[in-house]
Write a protein that binds this ligand. Structure first.
Ligand SMILES: Cc1cc2nc3c(=O)[nH]c(=O)nc-3n(C[C@H](O)[C@H](O)[C@H](O)COP(=O)(O)O)c2cc1C
Length: 208
């Protein structure tokens, strides 16, 4: 790794760590400017506190921080939507390298709903969205900002909730959400529809 350029390392990582979930992030500056972009250096990290992580790289051409990184630093708040197949093209449009101040939500005609606990709105069509506050920012390198965010509220579209038996909470119909993930290469995606089941093994192992 030490002998490679950052772009060579990037190619090796994104073509092997697959599929990656996509965080569709909405931020809002103190002046009210809204911003939206997707990030697949993203995952959930734990439940107490309920943490997520985002890997935000600097703009390849200019070396400047991306608007998302700048606005998360400024406000400490952001929403994350998970991306269903139906939102794929709109998500892709919001990855456009637009100058600061351009509202990608407006550009891609994306409807939003107000958040409960934070200022940035959330994407209305998303099957699931999280309201997040910054938990910690790690300046991992001159071109690499790692944001750890705490999920302070979560929204799931009622269409994906299966009523539980008496006194039990509803179950989540994950396959029905048709979430997509990022695959190898620059423009490849994967559908979340090829699941198979493997039961967990418990100790002691069964006899032969
Ligand atoms: C599916 C997808 C995943 C992406 N993942 C990342 C990522 O993990 N980190 C990153 O820095 N950029 C990522 N990008 C690129 C950003 O979305 C893009 O640079 C965007 O213009 C940043 O917008 P902003 O400057 O408004 O924050 C991704 C793009 C796409 C289409």
């Amino acid at each position: 790794m030490a002998d490679l350029t950052p772009s060579e390392r990037y190619r090796l990582i994104v073509n092997t760590v697959t599929p990656r979930p996509i965080a569709w992030v909405v931020t809002q500056g103190k002046d009210g400017t809204r911003n939206c972009a997707p990030f697949s250096f993203f995952n959930a990290l734990g439940d107490d506190p309920p943490l997520i992580v985002l890997g935000l790289m600097a703009n390849h051409a200019t070396g400047d921080a991306k608007d998302t990184a700048r606005l998360i630093r400024e406000t400490g708040e952001f929403t994350i939507a998970l991306v269903g197949e139906a939102d794929g093209e709109a998500m892709n449009l919001t990855a456009i390298d637009a100058p600061p101040g351009i509202d990608e939500l407006e550009l891609a005609r994306i409807a939003t709903l107000p958040s409960l606990l934070i200022t940035p709105p959330r994407i209305a069509s998303a099957p699931v969205s999280f309201e997040c506050r910054t938990w910690q920012i790690i300046d991992a390198g001159p071109r690499s900002t790692v944001v750890l965010g705490e999920i302070v509220a979560m929204h799931i579209d009622d269409a994906f909730l299966i009523p539980g038996a008496a006194g039990r909470p509803p179950r989540i119909d994950t396959p029905a959400m048709k979430l997509i993930g990022r695959q190898h290469g620059a423009g490849m995606y994967v559908r979340n529809s090829d699941s198979f089941e493997m039961k967990r093994v418990s100790w002691p192992l069964p006899d032969d």
